[in-house]
Structures are given as C-alpha cells and as structure tokens.
Design a binder for this molecule. Structure first.
Ligand code: GDP
Length: 305
C-alpha cells in the first residue's frame, strides 16, 4: 500500500505518474481541505476536485483545475444577477459542488461524498479528505486576515504574507482511514505541494504528524521548490512570510522530523549535503513534470524502482 499527502496541482501531476506504476486500489491520497470554501451556498473543495478530476483524466490541464472544455454560463448569469464571481466555477464543475453540498445537507460526511464522487468518475484510488471537520486556512496581509482563496485567487497571491492561520486545527480530527493509510503503508509520499497551506494543513490535523513519525513506511518527500523558487503558486511568499528559508533545504527542514528520503531537483544539487546533514537520504533527479514520461520517471525515483 502507498499513501500520499497532497495539495492541488503539483500533487495531482505527480499522482498521474504514480498511478502508472502502482495499482489504483493500492493507493490512498490524503488531500488538503484547508482551502475549502462556501460560495453561492455551495461547498467547494478545490484540492479534492483537482486530484479527482486529474486522476479521472478530465481536468483542464492548462489551468490545472476545472474540467476540460467546460463552459462558464452559470457564472456569467450569476454575474448578471450582480454577484461577485471572482472564483472560476465551470458549468460541469458546478454539478460536483451542487452534489457535494446536497449530500452534506442530507448528513453525509465529506469522506463519504468524496468516495461517491470517485466512484462516479470511475476511480479506484482512495481519496481521503484530511478531515471531515471545519478547517479553514486564512492568510494575514497588510489588509487584514482573509480566506486562503481570497488571497490566492481574488487577489492573485500578490500580497506579502504576514501570517497564516489554520482555523479549526485545534479540534479537527483526521477523517476515517487517514491515520491507518499512513501507518499501514509501505511508502508514504509527500507530494510536491505548498509546504505551508497544502501539506502544512494536513500535518496540523490531530495525529497525522505523529503517525508519520511512527509509521514503518519509508516516507519520501518531493521538493516543490526548484532552482530556489516554486514552479507555481505562492510557496515562496508563504515560506518567507513565516520566516522560513525559501529553498529545497527550507522545505526538507520543515519535514525532517518524519521524512526518510527527500527528492531534490538536479538544479538544487548544491543543497544535497546540507539536507543530508538533517539526517535524510537525498535523491537528485529532474523533478520538472512537464511531460507524462517525466511524471512516471519521478514516480519511479520516489518508489526506488
Ligand atoms: P495548488 O497550490 O493547489 O496548485 O497546489 P499544490 O500545493 O499541490 O501545488 C503547488 C506547488 O507544487 C508549488 O510549490 C509548485 O512549485 C509545485 N509544483 C508544481 N509543479 C511542479 C513540478 O513539475 N515539479 C515540482 N518539483 N514541483 C511542482
């Protein structure tokens, strides 16, 4: 069994390669829900949808989110009604949010609904929301505290980050199966995702970090920082804002209490020794997943195949 900790786009890209080498049934993906947001009365789970749409082969690969070929007529109509439509929601994508919201109202949990969505998309992989409980990532900028998506999508991640807050972290329990997926795995992969707001959130859920320290699985992390910068997204602003080093080393250090192996991009090879001094095995490879072959190759390095 393999378990993976995942945010959105970076993780989903990697998982496409991993599922070429590992049977879907043998893979559990624990996904960040700190970005979940309610808009127009609907419960949106951005990272859960990015991962499931990507693995189902229907994602809009150019954007990294949403459904390929989707239209945005509903959003245009909402705009006509005077609503603020800063968050991209395609027509077919909206069906997922309507379904999820309706089932939540009927009393089903986010895990149960995620299982149902996976089944209807024909997926055999187990996608586990990190928690079924309220957990909200908020970012503090010079304009005050705001939901992560407000910072990232509405304001395009332009503000300097003064702080990050996980509302609900003190009480959020891992969803059923999360801790066992980590404890029973042979390999746990920490995908190349934002270390603060995608992986940091999962690590903040009660018992997750402890399970990662205790598991007999080989725990392998992939650097989301390449040549000193993120490929996309605000990981640099977040690391800097919270006083961490913006580098592959900076990420390795954040995970060093539970990682066995860190996969470093060849462009950052100069940091190999520093990371080894943290007590980690370091594998150096090309981590840029700009083709399907590169995704599979990276998965091969991670699995040691
Ligand atoms: P998102 O913010 O929802 O897209 O999701 P993630 O947290 O999963 O992804 C953002 C992180 O993925 C960024 O820090 C990127 O640098 C990293 N990333 C994206 N594509 C690649 C890639 O091809 N290789 C590596 N090493 N990292 C990547």
């Amino acid at each position: 069994m393999i378990a993976a900790l995942a945010g959105g786009v970076g993780a989903a890209r990697f998982l496409t390669g991993l599922t070429r080498l590992v049977k879907e049934e043998d893979l559990s993906v624990i996904v960040n829900t700190g970005d979940d947001i309610e808009l127009f009365g609907l419960h949106i789970s951005p990272d859960l949808d990015i991962v499931s749409y990507t693995l189902a082969g229907i994602v809009d690969e150019e954007k990294g989110w949403g459904i390929r070929g989707d239209t945005f007529q509903c959003l245009e109509m909402l705009k006509k009604h005077g609503l603020d439509t800063w968050f991209g929601l395609g027509d077919r994508d909206l069906a997922t949010h309507i379904y999820r919201t309706d089932r939540l109202k009927q009393g089903f949990t986010l895990s149960q609904i995620t299982d149902e969505v996976c089944r209807s998309l024909g997926l055999k992989v187990k996608i586990l929301p990190m928690s079924n409980d309220k957990f909200e990532t908020r970012v503090t900028t010079s304009d005050g505290s705001m939901h992560f998506e407000e910072y990232f999508v509405r304001r395009q991640g332009k503000d300097e980050v003064l702080g990050v807050e996980f509302v609900g972290a003190a009480t959020a329990k891992p969803s059923p199966g999360v801790l066992n997926a980590i404890l029973d795995a042979e390999v746990v992969v920490v995908c190349p995702s934002n270390p603060i707001v995608s992986i940091g959130t999962i690590l903040a859920v009660d018992g997750v970090r402890d399970a990662l320290r205790r598991t007999s699985a080989r725990v392998v992390g992939i650097s989301p920082i390449v040549a000193g910068l993120p490929i996309k997204g605000p990981a640099d602003k977040m690391l800097r804002g919270l006083g961490f080093e913006v580098s592959a080393f900076g990420v390795a250090k954040l995970y060093s209490d539970f990682l066995d192996t860190f996969v470093l991009d060849a462009q950052d090879v100069s940091q190999k020794e520093r990371i080894e001094k943290l007590g980690l095995e370091v594998k150096v490879t090309n981590t840029l997943m700009n083709s399907f072959e590169r995704k599979v190759e990276l998965a091969r390095v991670v699995l040691g195949k």
